[in-house]
Ligand binder design. Structure first.
Ligand code: THG
Length: 367
């Protein structure tokens, strides 16, 4: 048992006090902030996401804001997904790569105005990257981290709760689209999104002094639907095939290896960072790909600390990047980053410390 304390370097979200009040017992670190991960009843927290509505402090999903005449240009330079048709009020899932085509982050891009964008980022320092690229290219754009903190409502009953609070218009909102509004005078953006495949919304709080108030509004409104606290769940996201950049990727991983090729448009301009490398990778074909893996041990496993070797006889063919017990599949499942020669149906072995576990490669997603 260890304790970890917030500081000026290890920030907390505006919902931190609420998470403590809900009985938070575990946390991780994400974007140099504390990410609550558990409230003491993992089973109930899992099933709440699958069957009910779960309330998450995901203020660690920081926004990198691009504002100014060259904001749209910088957004496109930073991402190899074609953004030319992105409308105000729309969000898009976009890879960000370095000059070698290596995946650095996989944010949701929100277009708030023709000259105002947010990258809602995963765990790496994108503001450093965005500022450096903007400066090197001589762009007229301000890159900042605004006072914006997402809170997620996830699960099949999330829509009823959000509609109850903000109005029935949210029922018609399309995936990743959003609207700016106020909830009891609190400025927010409401988006259909979230890091689960159970449906739901994210409420982007735009005034960090009002986190507790916003948390409590949804906590109260959600009572008839049995709302309770939760967090991005490794079991659910693994079943659903959602990627964790930095968890399932390493310093060599490109988007094609981890099922993000569909979000790379090779015809974007030559000024897009990494595009020539990505064109070459697409032409040569990637050397690894991401599959699911079912481990044939029967004891529920805890997520291991590190990637584990996947072997066929004496040959290493890749790694398990993440694995956990799946309550719905009644098996230990994970993601495998393996040679492209390895295909679904292949029998393999996973080395878990000194222990050898038989396993099978399968298609993603599991469910
Ligand atoms: N919400 C917000 N910000 C975020 C995340 C989020 N920032 C960090 C992290 N999550 C970014 N990563 C992802 C990964 C996957 C998805 C969203 C954000 C996702 N993917 C769907 C899928 O893969 O099936 C849909 C993608 C599509 O087809 O467009 O939802 O969760 N605010």
């Amino acid at each position: 048992m260890v304790s970890i304390f917030p500081s000026a370097r290890l920030r907390v979200s505006p919902f931190y006090e609420s998470a403590l009040a809900e009985g938070m017992v575990s946390a991780s670190v994400y974007n140099s902030m504390i990410l609550p991960t558990g409230y003491g009843d993992p089973q109930a927290e899992y099933w709440r996401i699958i069957e009910g509505v779960s309330q998450w402090d995901v203020g660690v999903e920081r926004q990198v804001q691009l504002k100014g005449p060259d904001a749209a240009r910088l957004a496109q330079i930073l991402s190899p997904r074609d953004l030319s048709k992105c409308k105000v009020g729309q969000g898009k899932y976009v890879p960000i790569c370095n000059h070698d085509g290596v995946l650095l982050n996989d944010p949701i891009l929100l277009k708030l105005a023709d000259d105002l964008f947010w990258f809602s980022i995963a765990d790496s320092d994108m503001w450093l990257w965005a500022r450096a690229i903007a400066a090197e290219r001589g762009l007229d754009v301000e890159v900042s981290e605004p006072d914006v903190s997402p809170m997620a409502l996830q699960g099949p009953k999330a829509e009823d709760v959000v509609a109850h609070v903000v109005g029935d218009w949210v029922r018609d909102i399309k995936y990743f689209w959003f609207r700016e509004t106020e909830i009891e005078g609190i400025p927010v953006a409401v988006q259909r999104s979230g890091w689960s495949k159970q449906g739901g919304f994210e409420i982007y709080l735009r005034d960090g002094s009002r986190g507790i108030q916003l948390w409590n509004i949804f906590r109260e409104a959600g009572k008839p639907w049995g709302i309770g606290p939760g967090a991005p769940a490794t079991a659910e996201r693994t079943e659903s095939g959602l990627l964790s950049v930095g968890g399932d990727t390493d310093e060599h991983t490109n988007p094609f290896e981890v099922r993000l090729g569909q979000y790379v448009d090779l015809q974007v301009g030559d000024d897009v960072v990494g595009i020539s490398a990505l064109r070459k990778i697409a032409e040569d074909g990637p050397v690894r790909h991401q599959l699911g893996i079912i481990l044939e041990d029967s004891e529920p496993r805890m997520p291991p600390y590190q990637w584990e070797d996947i072997m066929v006889e004496d040959r290493k063919i890749g790694s398990v990047t993440n694995s956990i017990w799946s309550p719905r599949m009644n098996a230990n499942i994970g993601f495998a980053l393996v040679d492209v020669a390895a295909v679904p149906g292949d029998a393999v072995a996973v080395f878990n410390g000194d222990e050898r576990v038989s396993a099978q490669l399968v298609e993603l997603p599991f469910l």
